[in-house]
Design a protein. Structure first.
Length: 326
């Protein structure tokens, strides 16, 4: 049984469906992206409604629904039509895909449960623009693992398209009212490309940025400004470093720090007990050469931990740009 909050959203969806496409589109123009998405998802799921429920909703809005008494026959198409009328084809397409995927478990949501190699095989022959539009729905680490399976040129083409995708909030705020109260939606853009690149290693990072720089030097710089690399851990405060150290095994830390800057090493050591710091120094001094791929792998795992701690609110990540990773 739906909660009271869910019931309220369903009532609003029923009302919008009773208004007709033109009127519903006008309503959508005055909603925030998150509200549009939630109402759209609800409409897509409302395949049938008891007549008593329908009439109960309409009775609360007699002025605008006096002669409406049936639902639209195809709710998926209704969502597409209304959003395209409100936003235009190009601006609505990404949001439509995100809404309607929820009614089909074989859609994008199911990719989150698949092995990155399997996902890459499914997407390998798709146009880079399609691959980009799909990968922005995945977590950055999964998207990075998928892209690692691609050839260099295809990977570069996908990432430059991810970077070029405008943030959904930025696009919609120019069309919908109340832009100041909208929250960010991670559907591509410079930040999304930077998040993925953070997890792909320095060789891939260099290749992608060189590729982007040839076409758009400013875009490449914006990506760099938004990246949070392993060495940027030095920008964390002491509390953040201490929280991270609690989550990392000493062996992994030693390997990761083999490729770190002296500044970061010092900061790590300062936030350890005297005994632990001495042990770490000895391990670093005695450890022989370590393969770059091994170092980058351990650094990537530490960045995953940092991102998880940031999502949990235990630390705040500050990248090279003005924005923070929260």
């Amino acid at each position: 049984m739906a909660s009271m909050d869910d019931k309220g959203v369903e009532d609003a969806a029923i009302l919008l469906m009773s208004l007709g496409e033109e009127e519903a589109a006008e309503v959508f123009k005055h909603l925030a992206p998150k509200e549009v998405q939630r109402l759209g998802e609800t409409i897509a799921k409302l395949k049938s409604i008891p007549r008593e429920r329908f009439e109960g909703v309409l009775s609360r809005f007699e002025a605008v629904a006096a002669d409406q008494n049936i639902l639209v026959p195809d709710t998926d198409e209704y969502v597409r039509t209304v959003l395209r009328k409100a936003l235009g084809d190009d601006k609505a397409n990404l949001l439509i895909d995100r809404i309607l995927q929820g009614s089909d478990i074989s859609g994008i949501e199911s990719l989150k449960w698949m092995d990155p190699t399997a996902v890459s095989e499914l997407l390998r022959n798709e146009h880079p623009q399609i691959v980009a539009a799909i990968l922005v729905h995945l977590d950055p680490d999964q998207a990075a693992d998928v892209l690692k399976q691609f050839a260099e040129r295809q990977r570069n083409e996908v990432l430059v398209r991810i970077a070029a995708l405008k943030d959904l909030n930025e696009v919609m705020s120019k069309v919908l009212a109340g832009g100041e109260r909208m929250k960010k939606a991670n559907l591509g853009g410079v930040k999304a490309a930077a998040d993925i690149l953070n997890l792909m290693g320095s060789s891939v990072e260099t290749s992608v940025l060189d590729y982007v720089r040839e076409a758009d030097n400013e875009l490449a710089q914006r990506i760099m400004d938004n990246m949070f690399t392993f060495d940027d851990l030095a920008t964390l405060d002491d509390k953040g470093i201490q929280s991270l150290l609690k989550e990392v095994q000493s062996e992994s830390l030693v390997i990761a720090l083999k490729g770190a800057t002296p500044e970061l090493r010092d900061k790590i050591l300062r936030n350890m007990s005297t005994r632990a710091a001495e042990a770490l120094r000895e391990d670093l001094d005695s450890r022989g050469p370590v393969r770059l791929s091994e170092v980058e792998s351990e650094q990537k795992e530490m960045l995953k931990v940092v991102r998880r701690l940031a999502d949990e609110g235990q630390i705040v990540m500050g990248g090279g740009g003005d924005e923070q990773f929260v």
